[in-house]
Design a protein around this ligand. Structure first.
Ligand code: 5RP
Length: 227
């Protein structure tokens, strides 16, 4: 049996803890990423029946379907009892930076339909001021040069995310800019501002869709932080 790295062991632990937030027979939202993959696996192995799961990415859809979890379309539901997802950074207010897995747009849409956002992270994601992790922004390709200039005016260096020497294309057919060098001291104001730039589809600051609860995996166990 393969040995989990210590970080993966923390992710597995926090994923297991998130099962407590899944009400049997409810509709849930499921995020994207390596921590969420542990959650999907834990949900499939648990005896908790869900009415359906709304997925935030093609990758999570495929993983859930392969494990027999019923995936439903967001357009067919009105409300989700909970949305469970990871984050790249989370601060003391429950504000997050997300999008390391390029799924930020669908993540924000699905999170907005949920009564509760439960963020599952290992302790490396908990920060005082966000910004060390480059801020992901999904953009319309023709707007890339202008948006790079706009970030430059804010003191950030926006870099087009590449895969196999080509721009990475999201599930929505758009590009991702990763913005280095920003300190997110006013996340809500910055989210509101960047969201209005022409060509920005979604900025990876989740201040308006912040976490209600953070399950934080540490070597001493999973802490529950409420905001
Ligand atoms: C994907 C995300 C993920 O939640 C974020 O990147 C964290 O991923 P991981 O659990 O692999 O560290 O926002 O778009």
């Amino acid at each position: 049996m393969s040995q989990l790295s210590s970080q993966d062991a923390l992710k597995a632990q926090v994923a297991q803890a998130a099962l407590a937030y899944v009400q049997p027979h409810s509709l849930i939202g499921v995020g994207t990423g390596s921590t969420v993959n542990f959650f999907i696996d834990a949900l499939a192995q648990s005896a908790i029946p869900v009415q359906g799961a709304v997925s935030s990415s093609i990758a999570s859809t495929q993983r859930m379907q392969a494990l027999g979890i019923p995936v439903v379309d967001l357009t067919d539901v009105q409300s989700l009892s909970v949305y469970i997802d990871g984050a790249d950074e989370i601060d003391s207010h429950g504000y997050m930076v997300k999008g390391g897995g390029a799924a930020l747009t669908r993540e924000k849409i699905v999170a907005a339909q949920a009564k509760q956002f439960v963020c599952i992270v290992d302790q490396s994601k908990r920060v005082d001021v966000m910004g060390a992790f480059p801020l992901p922004v999904e953009v319309i390709p023709m707007a890339v040069p202008q948006i790079i200039r706009d970030f430059s005016a804010l003191g950030g260096q926006a870099v087009l995310r590449m895969r196999d020497e080509k721009p990475l294309v999201t599930d929505n057919g758009q590009y991702i800019l990763d913005v280095h060098g920003l300190k997110l001291t006013e996340p809500m104001a910055l989210e509101a501002r960047i969201s209005q730039w022409p060509g920005v589809v979604t900025v990876g600051i989740f201040a308006f869709q912040k976490a209600d609860i953070c399950l934080l995996a540490t070597p001493d166990g999973v802490q529950t932080l409420r905001y």
